[in-house]
Design a protein around this ligand. Sequence first.
Ligand SMILES: [Fe+2]
Length: 330
Amino acid sequence: MTIHSFPVFNYEDMVNGAITPDHVFDTLRKHGYFYLTRLEQVVPPRLFKSLHEKARHFFASPLEQKMAYYIGASPNHRGYVPVTEKGAYSDEKIRAYEAFDIGYDSAEAPGRGFKLIGPNRYPGHVDGMDAALQAYYNANLRIGTELLRLIARASQLEDSHFDRYITRPASQLRLIHYLENDVLVGQDDASMGAHTDYEVFTIMHQSAPGLLAFDQVGRSWKNMPVFKNTLLVLAGDMLEFMSGGHIKSLLHRVVSTGEERYSFPFFMNLDFDTELTVLPAWGRSDKSVVVGHHLLGQLYRDFPYIKERVDSGQWVLDFAIPSHNEYEQI
Ligand SMILES: [Fe+2]
C-alpha cells in the first residue's frame, strides 16, 4: 500500500506472511524506507503516549537535574546528551536538540577498555520513565528482529539466521527533543546534519514534520510526513553492507521549523562483536565489518566526550577509527 506515494506496510500482514519478504526487500532497495502501521499488538497507542509524556517531563526538568545523568559521565554510553555535545557536522550550523540514550540493559561485558554495553540508568524524578522506555525498547527490538527475519528470507537464508547475533545487541533507543527556536528557519540550516544511520535499521517515531530523506528515485530531498501511531523504518549502513549495496543506507537530515519536536529513533543493531560479510545471495566479497567497530567509529565523530576518551587513551580500541563514513554518500 502507498499513501501519497510513500510505501506503508501493515505490521500484522508482515508478520503473518501476507506481505512477502521479497516485497519488503525490494521496497527498501527502491526507497530506502517504509512506514509501518497496525502496530497495536506490539506497540499499543498508550505506549506511544506514555513515551511522549516521559520525554516531555524529563526534558522540561532544570538543566542541572538533567546533567546529573550526563552521558559523558556514564561508563557505558547511557544518559542525557546536552545541546553542547555537538558532533562534527559541517552542515549543522546551530544545534537545537538535546537527547537521552539507553541501550540493551545487561551486565557489563568483561575484558574491554571501552563499553557500550551494560545497564541502563534512569532519572529517578520522572515517575515510570524506566518502565515506559524499557517497554518501548523491547517492542522495537521485537519489530527489528522480525524485520531481520524477513531480510534473511529474502536472502534465501533460514528465518532464524540473525537470531544468534541478537543476544545482547548494540541497539540504542534515543529520545530527541528539538527545542523551540526562532533561529533556524531556512531550509538549508540543518538542525541535524545530513548523515546515514550506522546500524541495520532505524525504527523511528516522530511527533512533527522536519525529517528529510534523500530520495534515490527523484535524486532530491523529500519531506517525510508524520502519521499517528506509526513507525518509519530507515535502511542503515549495515544493511547496505550485507546486501552488497543492493539496499542503500538512507541519507537523511532534520530541518527546523522553529517548533518544538520530539523524535524517538530505535537503532536496530546486532551484537557488538558480530562480524558481517556480504550475504551470498547479494554477491561475493572478501570484506567483513564488525558492527560494533563501525558504530563506535562513527560515535567518535558524534560525541566529543567519546573522542576525548579515545584520544586520551582512556578507552583503548583494538581497531582504527575511520576518517569518514563510507556509506554516507549521495
Ligand atoms: Fe539519523
